[in-house]
Structure formats: structure tokens, C-alpha cells
Design a binder for this molecule. Structure first.
Ligand code: FES
Ligand SMILES: [Fe+2]
Length: 443
């Protein structure tokens, strides 16, 4: 009997609907207000989280606001190109100083016009003579800093001054992404969708390749339910992280695939999401189609052509090797950031609660690529928020994924439903995430 309806707290007596075993996730973890409140209190203020991409703030004075639950953090590029993060609140009467993104020489409060330098020191108090001097001590009216660090071409923040260093927290998953060159990737496009689903439920849809057969039939190349469930291996790590990747012996370079099948799959990926495989890659592959004899294995020739093209175009490609097994796979960085690398490209997802409601989330998708040296794109901006069924803005692959997520959230509420029953092979990353979550919630 799955212990999914069991609201008993964990051993420490703090976590309701705690994980009891790795195969069952109590449904309340996806909608219960008290569980959500505990995440808000014990997870988000203590964890490193991806606040923005570096190319969102390329120049001194560039700032972006990062919101998580009821907290707002301002990330600011400094005059010396370093980065600082501040709580986005006025020390006078609490007005949020900045909304969205912008560029400024000074941060100015929109209410009474107090001002701050980019480093957070106060530079102006209007009518200062009307305040008691003790109210305006410089250290008290500077902006309060939040911890900040960078990795993977992103800025990460942590509200906990005692948290361990970022790299330690992202270990060991980040090293797998280093091997595929995520540091060199920049935004190709960036969009978001608001989903009527819990933030964890939404990201779990990308933790496994198990759903491909039914959700994305076009990716099985006609195999249907004969499509093997074990083409990828799923690994779970400490700290809640996980990945799936090609099994040894099925990675690019050794898998025997015809040119037709390889090109068809590349085209379906490009047309279906304009991510992971881009038009540029498809052109390279199609360019060698007639140069590879039918007896020859096509993928190694295609990948060799891609490397040759990248060399000529001065596009830094990841070094060939073990890391390339991640092409077509996924890496999850606890608590809410995922990457799906391929060639010199990647998809990246960030999922956050929305409107302080456990049943809504804000889901952002980046298509990343590596640009030729010296041709970096300009400042990255969110293109907009688009509905789940907006076929102009979402390719068929993300629409297929999103359609199931909201149905799942509805299904959770069925009176008959007792909680998920996970595969030991394909879905262990889900419980691994929940187990790490309980470590935070139980503290
Ligand atoms: S609230 Fe910001 S200056 Fe008054
Ligand atoms: Fe999917």
C-alpha cells in the first residue's frame, strides 16, 4: 500500500507529506498550501538559484530583477564588470526600487527619490535635514546585499549568508555540463509560459526520456511502442541533482543510423522546437548527405562535419569525449534549473512558483547556442509570455510537453488518486529531487 495519503511528518517532525520511500510521491506535495509555505520558508531562502543569464546584464549599470515567491532581488552589473545582488527594497519605506530590467547610473526610488550608486551605497536623500541623523547612518541606508556568484554563463543568488559555496552546491552535476561547453552558450531565444501546475510537477516532465514514446511520437521515427525505453541511462546524484544521457555504446559516433533517419530526426528537432538542433546544424548535415556512402555509418560523418564547420566559423565546440553522451540528454540542477545539451546548443529551463499559489508556475525556456567568436549577440531579453497552445511561439515539442503538465495537476485532485508510483529505472530523478527537498524542509 503506497503511503501517499499519509500526512505524518518526517522523523524530525517538521515535514508534512514527507517522502517515505523513493517510489511514491504524496500528491499533497504538489498542491497543499502548508507544504508550499514550508518551501517558501525553508527552501527558497537557503538555496542557490539561477537569477539571470550573464548576457542579460552585459554592461555596467545593467540590472535585472529576479523574483522568487514574495522576494525580489536586484542583480546589478558594476562599473568594474563584477556583479552585485541586493534586496529590492527601499530602506526608507520599503518601495520596490526596480521592476523588470533596465540600465541606470544610479538606482532611484520612485516614491521619494532617494538614490544609490551601483554598489549599493546611498548617494542622495531628498530633504535630509528633516530626518534625525541616526536614521540616516550610511551603513543603515545602503542597499542590503545578497550572496551572488556565477557559473554556466549565469548569475546565481543565495539569500542565506551561511550557505555553502555555489560550486559545491552544484556538484557533481555542474561538471557534466562544463564538459559540453555551457559556459560558451548564449541566448538564441527566450520565452516563458505560465502553467496551471505546481513548479515541481512541471519540471519533472523533463527528468526522464520515458515519456517520449507516447508524448512525442514523431521522435520515435515510426517505432511507436517498440521505441526502446532504455536508450538512455538515468543517474541520480547527491544534492538532489540528476541526469540522463545516452548509454555507453549508443553515443554519437558509434550508433549505426542511416542518413535518412539521422537527417529526419535532426529536422524534426529543429522544426519542432528550434532548439538543440538549429537550422545551421541541419544545413551542415544535409551538406554531406551525398558525400557519405550508404555503407558508411552516417552520424560520425555528420558530427565530424559539424566540428569542421565550427572550426572554420570560429565556433568553440565542446571537446569530443565522454561529455558528448549528454547530447540529447538532460541535466537537472536542484532545485529548479535544467539543461538539455546538443552539439554547441542547449535548451535550458527554469521553473518558479507563480502568484504565490502552489498550483501555478512560471516556466521559462531558453534556446541557447554558441556564436562565432566576436559575434556575441546583444543584451538578452525575454521575448514574452505565451499561452501553452500558441503555435506561433511554441514548436510542437514543447506544446506536447505542456499539454500533459496541466492535465496531471488536475488529475492529482481525483479522489481516487493516491500518489505517483515511479519506475525504479526511468523516474528515480523525481524522488531524488523530493528527498533533497525534504532535507531542506526538515531543517
Ligand atoms: S520609499 Fe523610497 S524614498 Fe521613500
Ligand atoms: Fe518531452
Amino acid at each position: 500500500m503506497p503511503p501517499t495519503e499519509n500526512p505524518r511528518p518526517d522523523a524530525a517532525g517538521k515535514v508534512p507529506f514527507a517522502m517515505r520511500d523513493p517510489l511514491h510521491v504524496p500528491r499533497e506535495r504538489y498542491h497543499d498550501p502548508a507544504f508550499y509555505a514550508l518551501e517558501k520558508q525553508n527552501l527558497w531562502p537557503r538555496i542557490w538559484q539561477m537569477a539571470c543569464r550573464l548576457e542579460e546584464i552585459p554592461r555596467p549599470g545593467d540590472w535585472v530583477e529576479y523574483e522568487i515567491c514574495d522576494q525580489s532581488i536586484l542583480v546589478v552589473r558594476q562599473a568594474d564588470h563584477s556583479i552585485k545582488a541586493f534586496y529590492n527594497t527601499c530602506p526608507h519605506r520599503a518601495t520596490q526600487l526596480c521592476k523588470g530590467a533596465g540600465r541606470a547610473r544610479q538606482i532611484v526610488c520612485p516614491f521619494h527619490g532617494w538614490r544609490w550608486n551601483l554598489d549599493g551605497t546611498n548617494s542622495f536623500v531628498y530633504g535630509a535635514q528633516g530626518f534625525h541623523p541616526d536614521s540616516l547612518r550610511p551603513d543603515d541606508i545602503r542597499l542590503t546585499e545578497c550572496r551572488v556568484d556565477t557559473w554556466g554563463a549565469c548569475v546565481w543568488i543565495n539569500m542565506d549568508p551561511d550557505a555553502r559555496p555555489l560550486r559545491e552546491a552544484l556538484s557533481p552535476a555542474a561538471a557534466h555540463l562544463d564538459a559540453v561547453g555551457v559556459e560558451n552558450m548564449r541566448v538564441w531565444w527566450w520565452k516563458e509560459v505560465v502553467l496551471n501546475a505546481n513548479w515541481k510537477l512541471a519540471q519533472e516532465a523533463f527528468f526522464e526520456g520515458y515519456h517520449v514514446m507516447q508524448t512525442h511520437p514523431q521522435l520515435t521515427m515510426g517505432a511507436g511502442s517498440d521505441y526502446p525505453a532504455d536508450t538512455v541511462e538515468h543517474l541520480t546524484f547527491d544534492n538532489g541533482h540528476s541526469l540522463f544521457r545516452g548509454r555507453e555504446g549508443t553515443n554519437y559516433g558509434t550508433e549505426r543510423t542511416s542518413a535518412d533517419e539521422f537527417l529526419e530526426r535532426a529536422r524534426v528537432l529543429w522544426e519542432g522546437q528550434d532548439a538543440m538542433t538549429l537550422e545551421r546544424d541541419l544545413h551542415v548535415f544535409e551538406g554531406i548527405r551525398d558525400k557519405v556512402s550508404p555503407d558508411e555509418d552516417f552520424p560520425p560523418a555528420a558530427i565530424a562535419a559539424l566540428y569542421e564547420y565550427a572550426r572554420g566559423a570560429r565556433i568553440p565546440m565542446p571537446p569530443p569525449g565522454e561529455g558528448l553522451r549528454l547530447w540529447g540528454g538532460e541535466v537537472f540542477l536542484f532545485p529548479n534549473y535544467l539543461m538539455l545539451p546538443m552539439y554547441a546548443n542547449s535548451l535550458a529551463y527554469r521553473v518558479r512558483p507563480h502568484n504565490d499559489d502552489p498550483e501555478w508556475c512560471r516556466f521559462e525556456i531558453w534556446s541557447l547556442t554558441t556564436y562565432p567568436e566576436g559575434q556575441e549577440p546583444g543584451r538578452a531579453r525575454l521575448e514574452g509570455r505565451f499561452a501553452t497552445d500558441d503555435a506561433e511561439n511554441w514548436g510542437v515539442i514543447p506544446r506536447q510537453d505542456m499539454s500533459n503538465i496541466e492535465r496531471q495537476q488536475r488529475g492529482l485532485h481525483a479522489r481516487s488518486y493516491r500518489g505517483s508510483r515511479l519506475s525504479t529505472e526511468w523516474e528515480r530523478a523525481i524522488s531524488n529531487m523530493h528527498e533533497e527537498l525534504d532535507r531542506y524542509l526538515g531543517r
